[in-house]
Design a protein around this ligand. Structure first.
Ligand SMILES: C/C=C/C(=O)SCCNC(=O)CCNC(=O)[C@H](O)C(C)(C)COP(=O)(O)OP(=O)(O)OC[C@H]1O[C@@H](n2cnc3c(N)ncnc32)[C@H](O)[C@@H]1OP(=O)(O)O
Ligand SMILES: NC(=O)C1=CN([C@@H]2O[C@H](COP(=O)(O)OP(=O)(O)OC[C@H]3O[C@@H](n4cnc5c(N)ncnc54)[C@H](OP(=O)(O)O)[C@@H]3O)[C@@H](O)[C@H]2O)C=CC1
Length: 447
């Protein structure tokens, strides 16, 4: 039995759930990995020069044992997230520490502590097997998977699953991720695949869409409302392309920051009107590595006021971190919110706290999304209210190049990866709905 037989079953319109359940599983499959004995390979290099093409490998790996409450999924497509970039450059730390720590928690978790890490935190595919205790899903179901892995043994996570002390991001802090032909997930990560999307389109939104939903829309994040001025950094990037859609769909007013005329045009085509090209306008928030320039914060704030008719920002959607955080705090209106989920340019932030406390602003930390938020975010995709922002699609072999593009910020929106899917465009079930949204679905393609 090989993965080829699995693909044949997926592509045959006659295959039933019983057929999938009867398919023998292969002993091994192909997966994108980093290697534990290579974690020092980039030592001494500047971040920019650490090259994912050197550290990401396509390996044949053994199929992991299936445990209670879990599912093995045949992965048709996945996507590149920035967490895979972090893994591939071993920053801010090697992810093998996460696997070792997880492996110490119980006998079954030991499976994750291996000398290789199969990465990837998105997938669209077909359930192959479910473990004991799984009733909601069965072999043959077409699914996407969100990346929240929790144990829920402690009451801390019972209101908000993100608060579980054993909260992990699948494919980053666990093994057996989605950049592979087969993935192992907890069954409560599974959600229905949107019928009107191809495999690679369905695999694109998951992680970033759920994160943007919590960070911006959910009451656990900024709780955006109609009319809010929302400053969105990287508005055509992974997170930003969904934040921009949420702002527009929710009746807010996105102020989109991008770094090229091409990216500005994408935001315009999504429906945004207030757009700042940070490159063209040459903001230099830092005079040198240690000193910020409040005059530049003010120049940025003035530009925002020009675009909003004199209003300041209600919500900043933050993720660049050190480079922008001082400016983000400054341009927020009295009582406004800065919501942050990352620090791409550096995690030690500096801002002038007088502008925070005197103007009663709030900083909210946000991370991925709880089970319910991830489900709600996927539902919006399935209903055609929010669309995938897939630009380019790579083969599994070329994942290193795909991650390199994201690391160097030469991509747009989301970058997809075909795993078992032999070509793009497969897996669409609802052609009528697709036709209705085709322009929006293709907005980011091949630009
Ligand atoms: C969905 C996608 C998301 C993304 O893309 S996010 C971007 C990528 N992710 C990242 O960049 C984050 C990567 N992770 C990290 O950098 C680290 O992961 C953290 C900084 C988040 C945490 O650091 P650590 O060293 O793993 O954890 P500690 O909590 O500092 O625990 C170390 C020891 O310190 C103890 N400790 C924790 N808090 C306290 C405290 N308040 N007072 C005293 N001790 C404390 C702990 O218990 C533990 O101890 P013991 O080593 O013995 O187990
Ligand atoms: N905590 C969580 O749950 C999550 C955290 N993340 C983290 O968020 C970050 C962004 O992820 P994602 O959106 O997918 O990545 P992308 O690279 O797809 O998009 C980020 C965008 O931010 C902009 N940007 C990058 N650096 C700077 C800078 N120094 N100043 C201003 N803008 C900048 C760029 O847009 P432009 O050049 O056009 O301005 C870029 O396109 C990563 O660090 C990632 O790990 C992501 C998802 C979930």
């Amino acid at each position: 039995m090989t993965v080829k037989d699995i693909l044949d079953a997926i592509q045959s319109p006659e295959s039933t759930s019983a057929d999938f359940a009867a398919l023998p599983l292969p002993e091994s499959y192909r997966a994108i990995t980093v290697h534990k004995d290579e974690t020092e390979m980039f030592a001494g290099l500047p971040t920019r020069d650490k090259d994912p093409r050197k550290s990401l490998h396509l390996d044949e790996v053994p199929l992991p044992e299936l445990g209670p409450g879990e599912a093995l999924v045949a992965v048709m497509a996945s996507s590149v997230n920035y967490n895979s970039v972090w893994t591939s450059i071993f920053e801010p730390l090697s992810t093998f520490g996460f696997l070792e720590r997880y492996g110490r928690t119980n006998e079954l978790a030991k499976r994750h502590d291996l000398p290789y890490h199969i990465i990837g935190s998105d997938l669209a595919g077909v359930v192959l097997r479910t473990g004991p205790g799984v009733n909601a899903w069965k072999p043959g179901d077409e699914v996407v998977a969100h990346c929240l892995s929790v144990e829920l043994e402690s009451s801390d996570g019972h209101n908000d699953t993100m608060l579980d002390p054993e909260q992990r991001i699948w494919g980053f802090e666990t093994n057996f991720g989605g950049l592979a032909e087969i993935a192992l997930v907890k069954s409560n990560q599974l959600m229905p695949k949107p019928d009107h999307l191809s495999w690679e389109e369905a695999a694109a939104p998951g992680l970033v869409n759920s994160t943007a939903y919590r960070q911006l829309v959910s009451r656990n994040g900024a709780g955006m409302k109609q009319g809010d001025n929302v400053l969105i950094w990287g508005a055509s990037g992974g997170l930003g392309s969904y934040a921009t859609q949420f702002a527009l769909a929710g009746g807010a007013n996105p102020i989109c920051v991008v770094s090229s005329p091409q990216k500005a045009e994408i935001c315009r085509s999504m429906g945004a009107e207030a757009i700042i090209d940070r490159n063209a306008e040459g903001y230099k928030f830092w005079k040198d590595e240690r000193t910020q320039d409040p005059k530049e914060w003010k120049r940025f704030g003035k530009r925002i006021r020009e675009l909003t008719g004199g209003e300041d920002i209600d919500i900043v959607f933050e993720h660049p971190g050190r480079e922008t955080f001082g400016a983000s705090v400054y341009v927020t209106r009295k009582g406004g919110t800065i919501t942050t989920c990352a620090s791409t340019s550096g995690y030690l932030h500096e801002y002038d706290n007088r502008y925070l406390w005197m103007s009663l602003k709030r900083i909210i930390g946000s991370h991925f999304a709880n089970y319910r938020e991830a489900w709600e975010a996927n539902r919006l995709i399935a209903k055609g209210k929010i669309h995938p922002t897939l630009s380019k699609v790579y083969s599994l072999e070329d994942t290193g190049q795909a991650a390199h593009d994201v690391h160097r910020n030469v991509h747009q929106g989301k970058v997809g990866v075909l795993c078992l899917a032999p070509e793009e465009g497969l897996g669409v079930r609802d052609h009528e709905m697709r036709a209705k949204h085709l322009d929006a679905i293709n907005r980011f393609r091949n630009i």
